[in-house]
Write a protein that binds this ligand. Structure first.
Ligand code: PHE
Length: 341
């Protein structure tokens, strides 16, 4: 019988040695020590053993069991270490390989221009006001001295989305909203989207404007030109000059169009400025007394100046873009050119 146990031990030893993975070892464990394992089966032979030998036989089987279990646990540790090492080698990262470049976005040209304008005017003490894009006819027109049926309404093809409800066609709405709620001195800049039923290379049904408004005692056209001179130096270059031409807007009196010296030829005359040396950039004027009064501001005590510019127009001049639609196509090749990193 002892011989049988010895053989079993030797068999367990060789098979354990031969087990090459923890998985194999698991199977071996079952084969020897499991419920119907070979060592467990020995116990069942107890009954064929003479009673006086049973206890010593039992001890031998238990010793064998312990020894085999020990064999397994030693082998298990070796195999586990080996498998961990293999796994780490397999999953190792070669830190010397070049990385995958992350694609980073860049700031949209219209936002670049908007940020420059905001920083130019913020430097001169302007606060930002953002009004709603869906407006009433009153804020978009009537309060700005454009009564119903006034021919000036033809200047802008407005989207009506309800009775007296419009998509604002100009950020001048912000003038009224601010003056209604704030006592002078007022100095605000109101950037935002505006909408007009117009669609070609230089007009988009949605575009961006930036409105400026100053109301205080003794404000005049001279102040307007002073402010704009500073602003064009930031957005274009230090040599840029402005000139005012008479114009008409119902909400300013007098009204002007403001031109800048052409950023391409610096006033000499080229294709961009159609040979004139000047490019129109915005509309402006002295706030019409009627508008001040509509907003509850005493026009004998206070005067104001206002200007409104199109961001797309400024960006087109600054970057030499000749089709406004380019700004809204999200063509990465186009946008990448403005990446300053
Ligand atoms: N709101 C005018 C436009 O959209 C521009 C403007 C603003 C003119 C303020 C004068 C004063 O054309």
């Amino acid at each position: 019988m002892n011989e049988k146990l010895k053989l079993l031990l030797e068999k367990a030893q060789t098979e354990t040695e031969n087990a090459l993975s923890t998985r194999d070892l698991q199977d071996l464990k079952a084969k020897f020590l499991g419920k119907s394992g070979e060592i467990t089966a020995l116990m069942k032979e107890m009954r064929n053993i003479p009673p006086e030998e049973r206890s010593s036989f039992g001890k031998l089987v238990n010793d064998l069991k312990e020894e085999v279990a020990n064999l397994f646990s030693i082998r298990e540790k070796t195999l586990k270490d080996k498998e961990l090492k293999e796994q780490l080698e397999k999953e190792a990262v070669d830190i010397t390989l070049p990385g995958t470049k992350q694609k980073m976005g860049s700031i949209h040209p219209l936002n670049i221009v908007k940020n420059e304008i905001i920083s130019a005017f913020a430097g001169m003490g302007f606060e930002i006001f953002e009004g709603p894009e869906i407006e009433t006819d009153y804020y978009c027109f009537q309060a700005l001295n454009i009564p119903k049926d006034h021919p000036a309404r033809d200047m802008q093809d407005t989207f009506y989305i309800g009775n007296d409800i419009v998509l604002r066609s100009q950020t001048s709405t912000g003038q009224v909203r601010v003056m209604e709620n704030k006592k002078p001195p007022i100095k605000i800049l109101s950037p935002g989207r505006v909408y007009r039923a117009d669609d070609d290379a230089s007009h988009s049904p949605m575009f961006h404007q930036c409105e400026g408004l100053v109301v205080d005692k003794g404000v005049s056209l001279c102040d307007l030109q002073g402010l704009l001179n500073e602003f064009v130096k930031v957005v274009f270059d230090k040599e840029t000059k402005t000139r005012l031409r008479p114009s008409y807007f119902p909400f300013t009196e007098p009204s002007v169009e403001v031109d800048v010296t052409c950023s391409k030829c610096h006033g000499k005359g080229c294709s961009l400025c159609k040979g004139t040396g000047w490019i129109e950039i915005l509309g402006a004027g002295v706030v019409n007394k009627k508008v001040l009064e509509n907003c509850g501001i005493d026009s004998n005590e206070y005067s104001g100046l206002a200007f409104g510019l199109g961001l797309e127009r400024i960006a087109m001049i600054k970057y030499g873009v000749n089709d406004i639609r380019t700004f809204f196509e999200n063509n990465v090749k186009f946008l990448k050119q403005f990446d300053r990193r």
